[in-house]
Structure formats: C-alpha cells, structure tokens
Design a protein around this ligand. Structure first.
Ligand SMILES: [Zn+2]
Length: 285
C-alpha cells in the first residue's frame, strides 16, 4: 500500500470545524504504527493544466487568493490555495500509482467531492478525484469510474464528470441529507440514496448494488472517494455503518481485479483513524 501524504495538510483549522487536523494527523500515526511496511510519499502539487480540466481560471484565482470565506462551511483559511493544490496533487499521484499497479491512498485534506467548477463548498475547494479522473483520461486511460461511499452526495464530482466520455460517477449517500442532491441517476451519473438511520445491513446491500454497477462498467481504473462519515458515530450524519463495514468495502476492492486508488473525503468521528485502517488493511489483504 502506498500512502500519499504531505504533513503540511494539518496546518490549517477553524475553531469548532469538524474538518479538523486530527483527522489526518491521528490517522497517519495509526497507519505508521500498525503498518510499518507501507510506503509513504509526498505528493506533487496539482498543475494549472490538471486543475483547469474541471475548474475555471476564475475559480483557481479565487482559491489562490482566498480572502472572504466561500461559505459558512468552507473558510478562506490562510494558505488554503496551496493546501488544496497539494490534496488534488495527491489524488493525481494516487491515480498514477494505481495505473502502475500499486494500491494507493491519498491521506490528505481538504477533501474534494463537493467542489464545483466555479465554487468551493462543503469543506472542498478543488474536485480532487474528478481532477484525477480527467487526467487519467487525458493520459490514455479508457474507462474510469468513481465510487463515492462518503455519506454525502458527491455533487461536485457528478457535476464535473457529467457527460465526460469514458467516465462513470457513482455515489451512495444519505438522503434526505446535505447537500440535498443525488436522488436520481442520469447519463454517466448513478446515485444510490440511503435513508437516515437505515440499518447497516440495508446500507451494505445498497453499497453492494452500487459496487456491482461500477464493475459492470468494466473500468480500467476505479477511483474511490473514501469518506467515512456514514459511520454510526459520526457527529454530522445520521447513518449506521459499523467499523467492520468499512473493512468489507476494502475487501470488495481487493477481490476486484481493476486497478484502484482511493482518496480521503469526509469522516469526522474520533474513531476515523481506526475506520481508515480497517478499510486499507482489508484492501491491502
Ligand atoms: Zn461527507
């Protein structure tokens, strides 16, 4: 397992914000302690060329020069432009490693799956995974699928990839729930809403159907938006997955033959490090 990580990603925070440095800091510490054989690498930052496949030049300038907060959830942290570039760069490096036959995980913040072409939202500034999908396509990958099991609809990834040839965007998420989209499937976008407080067995059934949809696409590469906020103990959602369920998702990845990389999206419970570790250990096998 290759972990893409830049320690500077814990250097921004806002008081009381759930997207907090402990998420990466404590997860990195646990992974290093429990898996000393895993490889760690500092990612390159994403280039303008990579970001401009999904974002407007105005958006790149807005994130680089972040002055006013983008919204109440998405502050203009000092240096957020560079943090966001490094997170997108880590998704890109994870994608390239996966195409080279490695299993790779981007352990970075900020997350990305809510960012739109012209707008930062939902703790996200750049669409990290969508950036990696279109870079893979530009580099010659035939069919690239996103599997997003974060508890929130991957509205940004959906908007950025809608209609893009050779891509599939699959999201499983709580509905009703923020951001309120993701109720219907259309074109190359597939949505699997799950009711709040659904039993974990029901949620897993829906996850399995969504995974079958990914495999039916016969992707040459799967990029996973790995959010862990569908955990029963998460403070900002109403879902019921248990720690062992995230290991099940990792096992499915291991059992599939497709090259795959994953990037951290949400997950705000103090137990996040253990959830990530269970997922990655099952995937690594
Ligand atoms: Zn989320």
């Amino acid at each position: 397992m290759l972990i893409l990580q830049d320690p500077r990603c814990v250097e921004y925070a806002a008081p009381g914000h759930p997207e907090a440095p402990f998420r990466v800091r404590d997860t990195a510490a646990l992974l290093r302690a429990e898996h000393p054989g895993w490889e760690w690498r500092e990612p390159a930052r994403a280039s303008d060329e990579d970001l401009l496949r999904v974002h407007s030049p105005e958006h790149l300038r807005a994130v680089a020069g972040a002055g006013e907060d983008f919204d109440a959830d998405t502050p203009a942290h000092p240096g957020i432009g560079e943090h966001a570039r490094r997170a997108a760069g880590a998704a890109l490096d994870a994608m390239r490693a996966a195409l080279g036959g490695q299993k790779a995980f981007s352990l970075m913040r900020p997350p990305g799956h809510h960012a739109l072409r012209d707008r930062a939202m939902g703790f996200c500034y750049f669409g990290n995974v969508a950036v990696a999908v279109l870079a893979a396509r530009a580099g010659g990958a035939g069919r690239v699928a996103v599997w997003d099991f974060d508890a929130h609809h991957g509205n940004g990834t959906e908007a950025l990839l809608h209609g893009a040839e050779g891509t599939l965007a699959v999201s499983i998420h709580q509905w009703p729930g923020w951001p309120g989209t993701g109720t219907k499937s259309f074109d190359n976008c597939r949505n699997f809403p799950v009711a709040p407080h659904a039993p974990p067995t029901r949620h897993l059934e829906i996850l399995e159907r969504s995974w079958e949809e990914v495999l039916a696409f016969q992707p040459d590469l799967v990029l996973v938006s790995a959010g862990f906020d569908a955990y029963a103990g998460d403070p900002i959602t109403q879902m019921s997955l248990r720690a062992e369920d995230f290991a099940t998702l990792g096992r499915w990845l291991r059992e599939a033959s497709q090259p795959a990389a994953a990037a951290l999206e949400g997950g705000y419970a103090r137990e996040l490090p253990r959830l990530v570790e269970g997922f990655l250990a099952a995937w690594a096998g």
